[in-house]
Design a protein around this ligand. Sequence first.
Ligand code: SAH
Length: 344
Amino acid sequence: MSELIEKLQTEHDLTDTELLTFLTEPQPEEQLFAAADAERRRYYGDAVYLRGLIEFTNYCKNNCYYCGIRAGNPHAERYRLTDEQILACCKEGYALGYRTFVLQGGEDPYYTDEKICALVAAIAKQHPDCRITLSIGEKPRESYQRYYDAGARRYLLRHETASPEHYRMLHPESMSLENRKRCLLDLKAIGYQVGSGFMIGSPYQTPEYLLADIRFLQDLQPAMIGVGPYITHKETPFADMPSGDLHFSLKIIAMLRLLFPKALIPATTAFGSMHPQGRELALKAGGNVMMPNLSPTAVRKLYDLYENKICTGEEAAQCRGCLEQRIKSAGYRIVSDVGDSLVK
Ligand code: SAH
């Protein structure tokens, strides 16, 4: 047994030097994934929680260098779903067994706080036994408080990178790591279950930057940690940068499971887009959440964060059937409840 894997499993931490060694030197994959799987089963058994993802707008005022729906991409065909369409997605999702709805979008100024609150309140009224998650970027604390008061209980905001230097390489001047962190702290203070995370293999990422990500997450203790391979999009300034590596990304999932045994860790769509069994592999490496798309089929291709994004053709019901098979084949079981994190 590799000593580092053993120590990770028993102590759920390593020194900086050990973590850098773990990241840079090859690790026995089978052993690593088995250790991660044992940790996930210790707290969550074979449960996989589902979140119905509704990508409700691809308008965005930001210009993140890696993202296909950045404001500066004139070829992105923009759309917004109406409240009626969003409520219909939730209704369909509810019938399929979803008990969490994630509203994700670009930072779209059309959606004023009033509009978001009205939408959240309408979903809460229609589905009082469900959790509502928002993932709509950086806002003032007052806005986050208003969404919470309207009924939102979870918020996904990846920190993207915890190094100010690396943050600067991935984002334009108008954005800052400081504000991103401020948002995450505000969300936690208000009482949200917070999800953070980063892309694996994003341009210029180094083991030292990953170490900073780990230390940041240890301070934040988020309910959910969302990571996935970076995938190049040709209509961005990073068009010539390589995508992240699948096996390295799986190694990161397993490492995160060992560092954060109680966290929710999604097998993200980016894993599925890199490899036909990418999400199953991510589950076996320690993941325990899946976020299938509930958006209307007509707009799915347009939420074009990166190339060859999967599940852009399937109806929600098809998606549910497909997932059930995939999760079962990986050795796990879908649980149809709100699926709160054990991280408190
Ligand atoms: N506007 C929201 C939602 C962003 S999209 C926000 O700021 O939180 C959700 C996530 O997709 C991002 O946080 C980013 O980590 C990821 N993403 C964006 N472009 C990507 C790419 N090219 N490859 C892989 N993941 C990407």
